[in-house]
Design a protein around this ligand. Structure first.
Ligand SMILES: *Cc1c(COP(=O)(O)O)cnc(C)c1O
Length: 486
């Protein structure tokens, strides 16, 4: 054994203890460190900072102590507090204590359990999927598979949709390729950008996506307009419904869309990446009524379940089609999945036949830990506290002179802008001014540049809302006027 490996092995308990202390110091500092350290921001010297120090690959490294020391000195200070309570950019969750412990153990046990030849891990994944189904109000008709994020979940869901289109048209896409399908139409009110990426990956093409008009002043699809488009469509299509849009967390009427499916026979995919968690709050569960009716559903876990990256689930009612797409037959991997009309009665196919990757970590373990530790009531409390936090920040924004809300706070995102001259530059200045205290990310909504604050971290409390509101009020006061206006 290489002497440095041997030395680390001999001191493993001590070295893991040092790593643990390092991790605790990071977590203890979350509240105090700048939410996004200045030099990491674009246009503020990040490339120079990254070029400094850092030689080539070491010939001999000095073992774990040397790696830990260099990480702590050179990289850790540059990292954002994205695990903390005031990182409101994008839609970003944290990691609950139990999820973090589960994730540590995931690396520790280092399983690649995707076949019945070594089944414990995939059995644990199935148990976790069952708990998630209950949490989100999905019936047992939905089979779930862990993937790395909502983009991959949308991609897998749309891959199954592609196979379904083939079934409807009497062609086998998995065997004969996407060319056999001809032009495909994917209809959506305001699909997340990852849907376009998925269509590109799947060979359906980004232009397969056709926007359907939204309800006035909303990000929800106009169901009557959708029906008109469906009535004119030739051949089967795919509808991507949205349950939680990123700007204003709006929800399509899933039941009404599912009703249309009775008449027009499309594949209904629902992107419920974080909106699915509305189901945990009795006050908001109506927003996702009908989710179970979908043919495939995307749910992110590294957002509102608060497990570490990277984790999401893809649910579908047609695991038989999923296995057709992702089947990976080789003698050394064990028996192929049963297929044919009787499927999925009887056995579940091994995970290796259901997801894009063959090998993957025991990704379900962190989710298993947090669900086992806090159950429905713990995760409901996080969702409800985050919604209350977003409401409170929305109220504060309305009271700050110079800011205005662009949409009502429907769930967990505050979408706002400057009352005068809301240029992208001035909004970027505003975001930079508050970045030590809170991370906000830019968007465009209702034809205006805007900022968003998304609440999905289990640590966020009312104190964080007040701290953010105070930082915003100070920053607006300091903002330079728009040069073009003077
Ligand atoms: C975040 C998000 C995605 C993409 O999720 P990743 O986990 O970043 O791949 C897709 N759809 C919606 C609605 C999202 O909020």
């Amino acid at each position: 054994m290489h002497p440095e490996l041997a030395a680390d092995l001999a001191r493993l308990p001590e070295l893991l203890e040092e790593t643990r202390q390092q991790a605790l110091a990071f977590l203890d500092g979350l509240d105090e460190r700048p939410v996004v350290p200045q030099p990491a921001r674009p246009g503020t010297g990040a490339p120079a900072a990254l070029a400094e120090a850092g030689g080539g690959l070491p010939a001999a490294g000095g073992g774990l102590p040397a790696a830990l020391a260099e990480f702590t000195e050179r990289w850790e200070p540059r990292l954002s507090a994205s695990a903390g309570p005031r990182y409101f950019g994008f839609v970003t969750g944290g990691a609950t204590p139990a999820a973090l412990a589960g994730d540590w153990l995931t690396a520790t046990v280092d399983q690649n359990s995707n076949s019945s030849l070594d089944p414990a891990g995939q059995q644990l994944e199935r148990e976790t999927v069952g708990w998630l189904r209950e949490l989100l109000g999905l019936s047992r008709a939905h089979h779930g598979t862990f993937v790395s994020g909502a983009t991959m979940s949308n991609t897998v869901g749309l891959a199954i949709a592609r196979e379904w289109l083939g079934e409807r048209l009497g062609v086998d896409v998995a065997e004969d390729g996407v060319g056999a399908l001809g032009r495909v139409r994917v209809l959506s009110g305001g699909a997340h950008s990852s849907v376009s990426k998925a269509l590109s990956v799947l060979g359906l093409g980004r232009t397969a996506l056709r926007g359907v008009p939204l309800l006035p002043g909303r990000e929800a699809v106009d169901v009557a307009a959708l029906e008109r488009v469906l009535a004119e469509a030739e051949g089967p299509c795919v509808v991507v419904a949205n349950a939680g849009t990123v700007n204003t967390v709006d929800f399509d009427d899933l039941r009404a869309i599912a009703d249309l499916r009775e008449r027009y026979g499309f594949w209904l995919h629902v992107d419920a990446a974080f909106g699915a968690f509305a189901a945990l709050s009795p006050q908001h569960a109506h927003l996702v009524a009908g989710l179970d009716l979908a043919d495939s559903v995307c749910v992110d876990l590294h957002k509102w379940l608060n497990v570490p990256y990277d984790s999401a689930v893809q649910f579908t009612r047609r695991p038989d089609l999923q296995a057709r797409v992702f089947r990976n037959a080789a003698a050394y991997l064990g028996p192929p999945p049963a297929s044919g009309p009787g499927y999925p009665h009887g056995d579940h196919p091994d995970l290796v036949h259901l997801t894009p990757e063959n090998s993957h970590r025991l990704r379900a373990l962190a989710a298993w830990f947090t669900l086992r530790a806090y159950g429905r009531s713990g995760h409901r409390e996080v969702v409800e506290r985050n919604v209350a936090g977003a409401r409170a920040l929305g109220d504060a924004v309305e009271r700050i002179d110079g800011l205005c809300l662009l949409a009502p706070v429907r769930l967990n995102v505050v979408c706002f802008t400057l009352a005068t001259d809301p240029t992208p530059e001035r909004l970027a200045d505003l975001a930079a001014e508050v970045a030590d205290e809170a991370f906000l990310t830019p968007t465009r909504y209702a034809d205006r540049p805007a900022l968003r604050a998304a609440f999905s971290n289990w640590r966020t409390t009312g104190a964080d809302v007040r701290r953010t509101a105070e930082a915003l009020a100070r920053a607006v006061g300091k903002l330079a006027p728009d040069p073009n206006q003077s």
